[in-house]
Design a binder for this molecule. Structure first.
Ligand SMILES: Cc1cc2nc3c(=O)[nH]c(=O)nc-3n(C[C@H](O)[C@H](O)[C@H](O)COP(=O)(O)OP(=O)(O)OC[C@H]3O[C@@H](n4cnc5c(N)ncnc54)[C@H](O)[C@@H]3O)c2cc1C
Length: 300
């Protein structure tokens, strides 16, 4: 079995930044990530990452991967299938190999839930978005819509209302009940926001970009943008299997990205940090690598 002091699971912004720091600390480690670059490879345009006014998601993720590879870091495009905890570390089983590592930085990200409607994929970046924090500014003086009724949907609507002239919130139930009270009040009292209850989006309309949505197979609503906020699922199952504390389907991290299991750190979209962004994932990755480094030094 191959042995390392540390394994980074996940090769998105969190995992790659952890790798950047770990390489400079000369830690004996490797990165295992199904998709090198992570979720950023799928994003259209990034306008909130310092130093780039505007950069394509694929380009940014490639730059991150290249920077890490230049430091001779091994990135294995493997899938971790199982993790077994022992007294001295963790056995990690991937689809190709078995490893023994003393410490883990777990940075497996999350999957945004899709609406599962025709043309959804094709219109991403052309009016359809999964991230209001990232794309709200593109809707200045335009008409935006949000689908969903959770905190995330209400937060997205509130943020969009600062830019868009009108924001519709489409929700399949008869009223909001899942969100925080304060958010529900804010949405109710915001003149820019109009909830549309008991409604399901049945069609996305528009030739080269989104122009309207169809509700309940009848009514057509003209919109420039649709923000899909129907939930996300952090990839936490492997962490859960070694007994890491989970709350609201997210890994609970305390100071320095520690989890409830000794030697197991987490960073990025899998954690309970509410701001799920590239910059926060990078920051958490860097902190996690520093924690591992300090831990290894103490043990020597
Ligand atoms: C449509 C969209 C647009 C966005 N736009 C922006 C934006 O403009 N600005 C911004 O800051 N943020 C944006 N985000 C959010 C940003 O993409 C995430 O916050 C960021 O990618 C999180 O990084 P991460 O490293 O935690 O996870 P991810 O990027 O999701 O990376 C997770 C990594 O873990 C790997 N992995 C998962 N499971 C396993 C396993 N079992 N074994 C091995 N590897 C595994 C994956 O393959 C991947 O390499 C956007 C998100 C979406 C969906």
């Amino acid at each position: 079995m191959k042995k390392y002091d540390m394994m980074i699971i996940g090769a998105g912004p969190a995992g790659l930044t952890a790798a950047l720091y770990a390489a400079r600390y000369k830690i004996n480690f490797l990165v295992v990530g199904k998709i090198p670059g992570g979720l950023v490879t799928e994003t259209h345009k990034i306008c909130n990452f310092p130093s780039y006014e505007d950069i394509g998601g694929l380009e940014l993720s490639q730059k991150m991967v290249e920077q890490v590879k230049k430091l001779n870091v091994e990135i294995k495009p493997e899938e971790v299938k199982d993790i077994k905890k022992s007294k001295t570390g963790f056995e990690v089983i991937t689809n190709k190999d078995n490893y023994f590592v003393k410490k883990i930085i777990f940075a497996t990200g999350s999957e945004r839930k899709k609406l599962e409607i025709a043309r959804e994929k094709e219109l991403v970046g052309k009016g359809v978005s999964y991230c209001a924090t990232c794309d709200a500014t593109f809707y200045k003086d335009k008409v935006a819509s949000v689908v969903g009724g959770s905190d995330a949907a209400l937060t997205a609507a509130s943020l969009l209302s600062k830019f868009a002239k009108k924001v519709y919130v489409i929700y399949r139930k008869e009223k909001f009940f899942r969100g925080e009270k304060i958010l529900m009040e804010e949405v109710k009292n915001n003149r820019n926001i109009e909830p549309i209850f008991n409604s399901k989006i049945t069609k996305l309309i528009g030739k080269d970009k989104l122009e309207a949505i169809e509700l309940n197979g009848k009514k057509t609503l003209k919109v420039d943008g649709l923000f899909i906020e129907v939930g996300s699922s952090p990839n936490i199952e492997l962490a859960e299997s070694v007994g890491v504390q989970i709350e609201k389907k997210q890994i609970v991290v305390c100071d320095f990205q520690r989890t409830s299991v000794k030697g197991f750190f987490a960073a990025g979209d899998v954690t309970n940090n509410p701001l799920k962004q590239i910059i926060t994932a990078c920051g958490e990755g860097a902190t996690a690598a520093n924690s591992v480094y300090r831990g290894l030094m103490k043990e020597r």
